[in-house]
Design a protein around this ligand. Sequence first.
Ligand code: ATP
Length: 132
Amino acid sequence: MNTFKLQIGTPDGLLFSGDVERVVCRSITGDLAILAGHANFCTALGMGEAHVVLPDGTRRNAACIGGMLSVMNGECHLLATTWEWQEDIDRARAEEAKARAEAKLNETGVSEKEYQIFRAKLQRALVRLGVH
Ligand code: ATP
């Protein structure tokens, strides 16, 4: 299968640089897969499960939470707000974050701002638990 160059970075630095067969992630308009030969392209990323398939067929799963993906002249750059490889996800932490967010969202008198913050926290926790 044809491969292409992919770089995955976050504000903390470069997490991946190499050839891949495919990268799959969630954009703000839905799930997308980039394969070799993709046209130049740019999109904002949403929150969701993601994966890359390496040239030997190995699949690496990750949680991808926001950012931007571009394809330019056959190379793909994915700059994520947060990208966590499956093996780096702390399941207990995500379960605690989920429980905290659910408890907060069930409280009465939560402000609109708090509601949005904890709804986003719940979504992040669910993505992490889905990947783990
Ligand atoms: P928490 O309440 O547990 O901090 P959160 O969703 O508010 O969860 P974020 O603000 O998305 O956390 O992330 C802060 C930092 O902590 C990021 O670097 C992120 O990669 C890391 N992080 C958060 N939760 C986990 C997790 N369950 N496993 C591994 N890293 C995590």
